[in-house]
Design a protein around this ligand. Sequence first.
Ligand code: FAD
Length: 381
Amino acid sequence: MLERGEVANSWRRERWDSLRLLTPSRQSRLPGVRYEGPDPDGYMTAGEVADLIEGFAAVSRAPVRTGENVTSVRRADDGYLVTASGGEIACRAVVIASGACNRPSVPRFSGEVPASVEQLTPFDYRDPAKLPDGGVLVVGASATGVQLAAELQRSGRPVTLSVGEHVRLPRTYRGRDVLWWMDASGLWDQRYDEIDDLTRARRLPSPQLVGTPERATLDLNALTAMGVELVGRWAMVRDGRALFSGGLRNMFSLADLKMNRLLDTFDEWALVSGRDAEFAAPERSAPIRVPDTARLQLDLGSGEIRSIVWATGFRPDYGWLDVPVVDAKGQLRHEGGVVGSPGLYALGLPVLRRRRSTFICGVEDDAREVIEYLAGYLAGR
Ligand SMILES: Cc1cc2nc3c(=O)[nH]c(=O)nc-3n(C[C@H](O)[C@H](O)[C@H](O)COP(=O)(O)OP(=O)(O)OC[C@H]3O[C@@H](n4cnc5c(N)ncnc54)[C@H](O)[C@@H]3O)c2cc1C
């Protein structure tokens, strides 16, 4: 196992200070290792996740070689030649487990933002003090965007949040964590080959969730109540102005509709499984309030906005992979983790084999199945 940094590198180096998992601690499980602390319904800090992964590395005696940056993987006669900091390794098979979120995804027009406005990605962000005083434009309203918008607004900086397509979820539903429902109802285990529009499922943004001790819901209504201003999707920069799309009403009703459909599925499961009486009565949140007037443009040179945080998603980095298996959008082509080159496999990508694949609790089942393919390949089957 080659790791360019240290064990649990992404959790030690690439997360902001206040980040807690959005998955409850009881779902932080790896083979033989699970959360043993006092609050299984709470949400672990990034440091606690790193400790959990380090614990797993020790228990499993994984042969990790840290500080080994892989700079090239290419086909060789009977397998692959891997070039890493420590030298070259010839091997018959390679598992790509380099992560789905190696780089922040930032729109090209960020290059047209006036130099007077500071720009950050979630990889640069640590805490509000990192930003200048004054207005902040947070771009993107998925898990990262809503969490950072709330933290920055609380720090006294007026936040404008640019909202594109998003997934709205309540933190708890009928007395249980919403991700408990995803788990218990089996929805998270839906397999990649059972999903109608797999490409779309793999591109779905992360849900608007935050892990706080109060188990609070952090939707757009909560942000508006805190004083965050909502604008539409940032479409382009023209003459130093940010131009936002209209259509917030449609976007909000779509997110509400999808959330309510998901909650209907949970209710149906509770009934069919005979567990309905265990839970509080079904409930529905108020629809997201559409602002009376949403601004369609913002003068980036006026001094109102002093910094921009791009919470526009993450992407993998395969710059080191010299095998033609990456598509034009930079995503690995694979069928349930089996990559289209003999002996090449992947783990940890969105909906790799089931809906829970990119979550910590998703890797175990995926790994078991992918390793079966790998073992079969090595055995010549
Ligand atoms: C902001 C954020 C919040 C998240 N919150 C949650 C959550 O609440 N719950 C949850 O279950 N999941 C969450 N996730 C998803 C989470 O990242 C995964 O669950 C888990 O960390 C994925 O592990 P991984 O090993 O597949 O990828 P990573 O953690 O990204 O690990 C990949 C490793 O590969 C190494 N690497 C990459 N390229 C090379 C190379 N060329 N050479 C050598 N080494 C290399 C990296 O250094 C890294 O250590 C979150 C992700 C992000 C980005």
